[in-house]
Design a protein around this ligand. Structure first.
Ligand SMILES: [Zn+2]
Length: 476
């Protein structure tokens, strides 16, 4: 063997190894923050200097299409799984599972039954299986045991714990001896005040200013801990908020006999479980009942909502028009602001900003889907994404050129059967596996060739040496 093929093999080995290791070095630290109910345009209601700082020095997506229904638990689970509600199984804040014969209710904090969460695997489990650590400061659902696992560090949900205490925990986990690479931070406002006041109320101004101050506090603490330049901070939310009015109430008692159904979830998407044999009667009684109410049998629910193929979606679903409120009786609790409506409505859309070494500077993007965040997070953390409904290629332009671009495959967002995820996802995993395998094969082949070459080139010298050793013996 001549030295030319040898040097070619050597170059290929170096190139393969460097590609493999450059993919591995693509790992970043990520802090995902959710300010519950922060509508995309709250940014412009009052001066929000800290949000605008992020916007100028990072990336901003104007319209994020979240998932239907635009409620808290379904959307927070989407952010960490990349799945539509029908696929991750958290289809509402209030649910009934007819197979488990169990209820789930945010109102009563009856949410800790693992079985409700186990149709999906949240990102912290995948992150930890890859050998990393995660920390959650009150992220919805992250204090539930899911597939026998919790985040490496987590705070059990307690709404009385201050924002500052939550931030302190996040900083502690990022700077510990075995630091986390993924932090999740949740804060209840401006959702709480948005419900009470309504988003159009001028008193929402101070509420938004307060959230801006909280963001400023977080940035300050990250800077003091020397994390600001190394952590990729993503600030988003689960949904927006729309103004309601007592003039826009749809009262179910006017159209339905309470003995004929159970109301599982109320407004603005009423989940109705008719009593046995009453399905058609309930459906027909509601179908033309009110001009601002659209009623679907489960199988008629529009495909674009990806809200059909799950046993927890009830046989009849009634959806109110934006700003309309569904109550059984007008004496029931009414809120001036609400969300949960059609996810095509801009007022339901959340904010999305990001800043850090992986992101471009001063870059604005028109639109993305909230399901796209999950593959983006997996890419940043250099972990293999599980099957999901998002697409890394939709959001890859948010990343700075300094970050080696992983190979992105456009995902099909075809409607999936609830329990049959098909073969979505696996972005990066296949090319990565292929790269590593090829690298190993080339290394083995190279060494075999190298050793053979070495033996051949050393053979004449060995023969000479043997001749030198044997000659004196012969002479003797
Ligand atoms: Zn919420």
């Amino acid at each position: 063997m001549t030295s030319k093929p040898l040097s070619v093999s050597f170059t290929i080995v170096i190139l393969t190894l460097s590609t493999t290791f450059s993919l591995q070095s693509d790992q970043q630290k990520v802090l995902l923050v959710s300010f519950d109910g922060f509508r995309w345009d709250y940014l412009y209601k009052v001066p929000t200097p800290h949000f605008h700082d992020l916007l100028t020095h990072g990336v901003h997506v104007k319209q994020v299409t979240n998932i239907f229904i635009t409620k808290t638990y379904p959307n927070h689970y989407t952010l960490v799984t990349g799945l539509f509600a029908e696929n991750h199984g958290i289809v509402a804040n209030d649910m009934f599972d007819p197979v488990l014969n169990k209820s789930f209710s945010l109102d009563h904090m009856n949410i800790y039954d693992s079985e409700f969460w186990e149709e999906a695997i949240p990102i912290w489990i995948t992150n930890q299986k890859a050998g990393h650590a995660t920390g959650s400061a009150m992220w919805p659902g992250a204090d539930v045991k899911i597939h026998k696992s919790f985040p490496t560090h987590y705070m059990p949900y307690n709404e009385s714990v201050s924002f500052e205490e939550r931030v302190a925990k996040i900083i502690e986990w990022f700077t510990s001896e075995e630091p986390i690479n993924l932090g999740l931070l949740y804060w209840e406002d401006p959702d709480d005040m948005g419900h009470q006041l309504g988003p159009d109320n001028p008193l929402m101004g101070p509420v938004i200013s307060d959230i801006d101050r909280k963001l400023g506090y977080l940035i300050q603490r990250l800077k003091e801990a020397k994390l600001w330049d190394v952590v990729n901070l993503i600030v988003t939310s689960d949904h927006g908020m729309t103004q309601c009015s007592k003039e826009r109430v749809i009262e179910l008692d006017q159209y339905l006999d309470r003995d004929h159904y159970t109301l599982i979830d109320q407004s603005p998407v009423a989940a109705i479980l008719p009593k046995e044999g009453k399905l058609d009667e309930v459906y027909e009684a509601l179908a033309d009942a009110h001009p601002n109410l659209t009623v679907y049998k489960k199988e008629e629910i529009p495909e674009r909502w990806h809200y059909k193929y799950n046993k927890r979606i009830q046989p009849v679903v009634a959806v109110a028009d934006e700003g309309w409120y569904i109550l059984q009786n007008k004496s029931d609790e009414f809120l001036l602001g609400n969300h949960g409506y059609d996810n095509a409505l801009a007022e339901m859309h959340p904010i999305f900003l990001a800043h850090g070494p992986a992101f471009r500077k001063n870059f604005t993007k028109e639109a993305m889907n909230s399901t796209d965040l999950y593959p983006l997070l997996c890419h940043l953390l250099n972990i293999t994404a599980l099957p999901h409904n998002g697409s890394l290629s939709n959001v890859q332009d948010l990343l700075s050129s300094a970050v080696p671009k992983a190979i992105a495959y456009t995902q099909s967002t075809t409607l999936l059967g609830g329990d049959h995820l098909g073969e979505l996802g696996q972005e990066e995993s296949y090319p990565y596996f292929l790269g590593v395998s090829l690298g190993c094969i080339i290394v083995i082949v190279f060494f075999v060739i190298f050793i053979k070459h070495l033996i051949h080139s050393q053979l004449p010298a060995l023969q000479d040496m043997q001749a030198e050793i044997t000659q004196p013996l012969l002479q003797a």
